[in-house]
Write a protein that binds this ligand. Structure first.
Ligand code: ZN
Length: 133
């Protein structure tokens, strides 16, 4: 599997507008657009930082995966996303190695990327997203 770079770091927040103020006003990051991914019950806001991005994740419902994450762990880093050249090939490789996957096939994520998550038990407790753009 060829990882090209850290594509983005996902941060679970209760209120993306409030969080955006911190990243824009305090840290001087330039804003990017927001997008709601209904399937994941989340609104994402991507903020470019050099070659990578910070992704703010705000749940659209009280029972979505991001809401559950905040309930149990509070706000903070929720996942790290690695960009790969060929996501289906990467998933096949991981399956052969017996790695547990949350997504056995890739699906559409924000920005039209193909994404898939690896089970955090396999990666030192860190939720890892693979993405292909
Ligand atoms: Zn992500």
């Amino acid at each position: 599997m060829e990882i090209e770079k850290i594509d983005h770091i996902g941060i679970a927040v209760k209120n993306a507008d409030e969080a955006k103020k911190v990243f824009l006003d305090l840290l001087g990051i330039k804003a990017a657009g927001s997008e709601t991914v209904e399937e994941q019950k989340v609104t994402t806001t991507f903020m470019p930082v050099g070659d990578s991005e910070v992704e703010l994740l705000e749940s659209t419902t009280s029972d979505g995966p991001v809401a559950k994450f905040i309930d149990s762990r509070g706000e903070g880093i929720q996942h790290i996303a690695f960009q790969v050249k060929d996501i289906e090939k990467a998933l096949e490789e991981l399956k052969k190695k017996g790695i547990r996957l949350i997504d056995k096939k890739s699906r559409k994520g924000a920005g039209g990327a193909n994404i898939a998550f690896i089970h955090p038990k396999e990666t030192c407790g860190v939720l890892v997203e693979l993405c292909e753009k």
